[in-house]
Design a protein around this ligand. Structure first.
Ligand SMILES: *[C@@H]1O[C@H](CO)[C@@H](O)[C@H](O)[C@H]1NC(C)=O
Ligand SMILES: *[C@@H]1O[C@H](CO)[C@@H](O)[C@H](O)[C@H]1NC(C)=O
Ligand SMILES: *[C@@H]1O[C@H](CO)[C@@H](O)[C@H](O)[C@H]1NC(C)=O
Ligand SMILES: *[C@@H]1O[C@H](CO)[C@@H](O)[C@H](O)[C@H]1NC(C)=O
Ligand SMILES: *[C@@H]1O[C@H](CO)[C@@H](O)[C@H](O)[C@H]1NC(C)=O
Ligand SMILES: *[C@@H]1O[C@H](CO)[C@@H](O)[C@H](O)[C@H]1NC(C)=O
Length: 310
């Protein structure tokens, strides 16, 4: 035995290796050309992330997204915590090539000091570095957003959002699109170095959840596909100029092009507002978690976002 079987094993191994190599190359080619892969993984991954901050970049169909629990204003000695659940289709079958993986966030935090009330901004951001970002404001053609979400008390996804009931239960949070802009391309992609932040609040829950500049009253208003947004303005502790468009009433299913919320402020010629030659370098969507006496769950049932430039 021994010698002879070793020979036949070697003889056999070469053709198998060659065949597999060809198949794998063929499969990569099929996927690259948009055909059904030969070895398709149709499983669905449901993963939970409870880290303080952690980048999660599931594969998707076209545009890539990165999710992050982002508990930037929290340390575990305060009690409470947050977990983010991310669902991904391992075969990358999503409704459109800008559709995001589905995610939900369950959290609970005690009340923080008035100077630092936010504990976390669990969010999903567009990974567009070098492709869509940085985008000169003057080049932006459209910024389509399609989102469906709910917020509710408890550890399960709610079917609908009861803003009044949550506020009565002393929950303080919002649902927000977050964007950063600067005249410098690199700074525009940094949430701390950018000169301007534009937020779009799709809902505001609790009396402590206030946009910067609320006391001064709204400085402008815009209606996007039936939703009225009022603009508040001020500076944050990093001395960034913060422009917050807040929906007059919560909008759980928002479909619209938010370009006017960026371009109209850039057309006003104010030194403390972005201008049309500035760059948009960052766009994400999440929830600013202030505090809540009991667990609450933010569920993003569907999301797609894009920034299309000329
Ligand atoms: C991808 O996987 C999902 C979940 O298993 C399945 O519903 C869907 O049909 C698959 N897509 C394709 C193109 O096979
Ligand atoms: C998404 O698909 C559209 C239409 O097919 C195409 O124009 C666009 O470039 C695609 N975007 C990405 C990020 O793949
Ligand atoms: C929700 O989850 C937290 C953290 O896992 C747990 O402490 C709490 O008991 C849960 N609440 C409910 C109502 O299940
Ligand atoms: C998140 O995932 C955990 C662990 O799988 C699960 O117990 C929990 O119910 C999920 N939360 C939601 C809102 O689906
Ligand atoms: C949510 O809707 C589902 C299906 O319509 C229903 O079975 C469930 O009881 C509802 N949950 C709540 C908390 O209302
Ligand atoms: C306006 O909202 C409706 C309902 O969500 C949606 O079907 C429609 O496509 C939206 N229109 C535009 C122009 O975005």
């Amino acid at each position: 035995m021994g010698f002879r079987s070793l020979v036949s094993f070697v003889m056999l191994a070469i053709p198998i290796g060659v065949t597999l190599g060809i198949l794998l190359a063929l499969d990569a080619h099929r996927q690259a050309t948009g055909q059904q892969p030969l070895f398709q993984d149709n499983s669905v991954s449901k993963d939970q992330y409870c880290q303080k901050a952690y980048g999660i970049s599931p594969t998707s169909k076209g545009l890539q997204y990165t999710l992050n629990p982002n508990q930037w204003g929290w340390d575990s000695s305060q009690g409470g915590g947050l977990c983010m659940n991310v669902t991904q289709f391992n075969n990358n079958t999503y409704a459109t090539n800008v559709t995001a993986p589905q995610f939900s966030v369950t959290w609970q935090y005690p009340q923080g000091p008035e100077t630092q009330p936010v504990h976390a901004f669990p969010n999903i951001k567009l990974d567009g570095e070098g492709t869509i970002f940085p985008a000169a404001i003057s080049s932006i053609q459209s910024m389509p957003v399609d989102v469906e979400w709910t917020y509710g008390i408890g550890n399960k996804s709610a079917n609908s959002t009861d803003v009044t009931g949550m506020a009565a239960a002393l929950v303080n949070t919002n649902v927000a699109i977050d964007m950063f802009l600067d005249s410098d391309k690199t700074k525009s992609q940094s949430s701390t170095d950018a000169k301007y932040e534009i937020m779009v609040w799709l809902c505001t829950i609790g009396s402590a959840t206030q946009p910067i500049g609320l006391a001064q009253g709204p400085v402008s208003a815009q209606v996007i596909n039936g939703t009225t947004f009022n603009l508040y303005f001020g500076q944050n502790s990093l001395e960034q100029y913060v422009l917050t468009w807040t929906a007059a009433t919560a909008v759980e299913n928002f479909v619209g092009d938010i370009t006017p919320l960026v371009t109209t402020v850039a057309s006003l010629g104010r030194a403390d507002f972005p201008s049309s030659t500035d760059y948009l370098g960052y766009m994400g969507l999440g929830s600013e978690a202030l505090w809540s006496p009991q667990s609450v769950t933010f569920d993003v049932k569907y999301l797609s976002m894009d920034v299309r430039t000329a």
